[in-house]
Write a protein that binds this ligand. Structure first.
Ligand SMILES: Cc1ncc(COP(=O)(O)O)c(C=O)c1O
Length: 371
């Protein structure tokens, strides 16, 4: 029988994710599987929680990795705090903002979607005006909008929410590990990420953190959390305390990988990792400019780890992406939604946020465009 894994190509992942994984993390994934209540494994669980406190910049005791991808983080964030009829404001300027609207609506929330042009930041006057109009139980936004490459104004929104009762819910799937995420300083109540972007682990883990205020809101719900698997009151007993209560079988080896990925960031130094992302973006901006490509997003709002790039007249973006993958084993991303066919998306995330990867990509693009 043919083993499909024998011929796995080694693709340089420079798209919107998944992204590069360090050799040490691949090695960690293949360590012996232990029982999920084994004290050695529990010490790894505790190590992950401790590392996440640093990455999220929080003291929240309920800070854990969920067994699933970033979308599960989004589900968990909303399902724990939303009850039918709750007023939820979602600031939307991309695909993942629209996904938030869908998730919250399915839970029966009374959703107000404040939509902004894709590729542009939030209009803060409109946000301030909307917050004056009504009181919301939850105000939600995506910090790093992967579909457009926009860094949204998380800190500014947090200032508008100061002193209000609203819970502040933020998606940092693409941000975490690439730019600072200051959960406590910015008063974020619920914040989730994903393993496969700047954290440089394969997909499958979604770190999440809840403030005491958010946990209190869960404890005071009128109805039970409608999703058994994601009920944080139960998950907390699995992840916290001297005696752990079985909830589900944690994906042991994925968590070894996740532990190693966090370890690698802390070893390099969080700030150094952020600076490496910015240096890679600077190199990319210069290289693309030489080829006549331009960034979609205005400089102050550009994400270092994900660039939305407008394609010059006469260049077929699908053919370019195809040639990069087929002839050079380099993956970049396409535009989504309204931006499909108009942009390409280049990710320089985590382990792959390196200037030499920019040079490899630029050389390949030049050769393809010269044909
Ligand atoms: C900002 C953002 N949120 C949520 C998700 C969903 O994560 P996943 O695809 O891991 O489920 C993504 C994935 O790209 C994302 O970029």
């Amino acid at each position: 029988m043919k083993n499909l894994l024998d011929r796995m190509p080694n693709v340089l992942l420079l798209g919107p994710g998944p992204n590069g994984v360090a050799p040490s993390t691949y090695q960690a994934l293949s360590r012996p599987t232990l029982g999920h209540m084994d004290p050695t494994f529990i010490s790894v669980m505790d190590g992950i929680k401790e590392g996440l406190l640093t990455l999220f910049n929080t003291k929240n005791h309920l800070t854990v990795p969920l067994s699933g991808t970033g979308s599960l983080g989004m589900e968990a964030a909303f399902v724990n705090v939303v009850e039918k009829g709750d007023k939820v404001l979602i600031l939307q300027n991309g695909v993942f903002g629209t996904r938030m609207v869908d998730v919250a609506s399915r839970l029966g929330a009374d959703v107000t979607e404040l939509a902004f042009e894709w590729g542009k930041p939030l209009d803060m006057d409109m946000v301030a005006g909307q917050l004056k109009k009504d009181g919301y139980k939850i105000v939600a936004m995506v910090y790093a909008e992967t579909s457009t490459g926009v860094k949204n104004q998380c800190e500014e929104v947090s200032k508008l929410l100061k002193g209000k009762d609203s819970l502040f819910l933020v998606d940092v799937v693409t941000a975490l590990g690439g730019i600072p995420v200051k959960v406590d300083e910015w008063g974020i109540d619920i914040c989730y990420g994903g393993s496969q972007k700047c954290l440089s682990c394969p997909p499958g883990v979604a770190p999440i953190t809840f403030s005491d205020r958010a946990f209190e809101a869960i404890a005071n719900r009128k109805s039970k959390v409608p999703n058994w698997y994601l009920d944080m009151t139960m998950l907390a007993k699995y992840w916290e305390g001297h005696t752990r209560v079985y909830h589900h079988t944690a994906p042991i080896n994925m968590l070894y990988g996740f532990y190693q990925a966090i370890y690698n960031i802390l070893e390099e130094g969080v700030e150094n990792v952020h600076n490496r992302h910015q240096a890679a973006l600077d190199a990319l901006t210069e290289a693309l400019g030489e080829m006549g490509f331009h960034m979609l997003v205005e400089k102050p709002y550009r994400l270092p780890m994900l660039s939305a790039v407008t394609v010059p007249e006469g260049v077929n973006e699908a053919a370019l992406r195809g040639a990069l993958l087929n002839d050079y084993a380099i993956e970049i991303g396409a535009g989504l939604g309204a931006l499909a066919g108009k942009i390409i998306r280049i990710g320089l995330m985590g382990y792959n946020a390196q200037i030499h990867n920019v040079q490899i990509l630029a050389k390949a693009m030049k050769e393809i465009l010269a044909k």
